[in-house]
Write a protein that binds this ligand. Structure first.
Ligand code: DLZ
Length: 157
């Protein structure tokens, strides 16, 4: 039987940053609401959640990095909705943002949660923002708490 590393309990003072894009706000507001509600259900006080709205998903990585640099947070949730249009803009945004988010996570040794929807249609986005495919904001909040706990376990071992 292997040793399974279990996430440690989340300390009450844990602070979470959320960066959320205004572009497609009808979708991203639902992602934000899902994330905040999930964090609250898991014991994170509203006062320990800081939310920064940015113009679009392209702007998420810079603000995520700046929030991490304050040293105040245990994780940063990045929420956005990129929807394919007539041009290839979505490919550029998705590639740039996803790679930057991974770079930031590894450089700053912190969970950076990828809650940017990358959809072909508005309908797909609606389904993933509280519709019949769940809510990506909820998933990100749950993933953030799991990662904070797991990293704490690794710190202690
Ligand atoms: C410009 C643009 C377009 C066309 N589409 C989206 C989108 O689907 N989702 C999104 O989050 N942002 C979009 N943006 C805005 C860019 O992310 C960015 O804010 C602008 O290009 C300014 O840098």
């Amino acid at each position: 039987m292997p040793n399974f590393l279990l996430p440690a309990p989340i300390p009450a003072e844990t602070r979470i940053a959320i960066v959320v894009a205004e572009w497609n706000k009808n979708i991203t507001q639902k992602l934000l609401d899902g994330a905040v509600a999930t964090l609250a259900e898991r014991g994170i006080d509203d006062a320990n959640i800081d939310v920064a709205w940015v113009p679009g998903s392209w702007e998420i990585p810079l603000v995520a990095m700046r929030m991490i640099e304050t040293g105040s947070y245990s994780a940063v949730l990045c929420l956005g909705a990129v929807i394919r249009g007539e041009t290839t803009h979505d490919e550029h945004i998705n590639r740039g943002v996803s790679m930057a988010m991974m770079d930031i996570a590894l450089e700053f040794d912190m969970p950076v949660l990828f809650g940017v929807l990358t959809c072909n249609t508005l309908e797909q986005a609606i389904h993933r923002a509280g519709g019949n495919v769940g809510n990506k904001g909820v998933e990100c909040a749950e993933a953030a708490l799991q990662m904070i706990g797991l990293l704490a376990t690794l710190d202690a071992s």
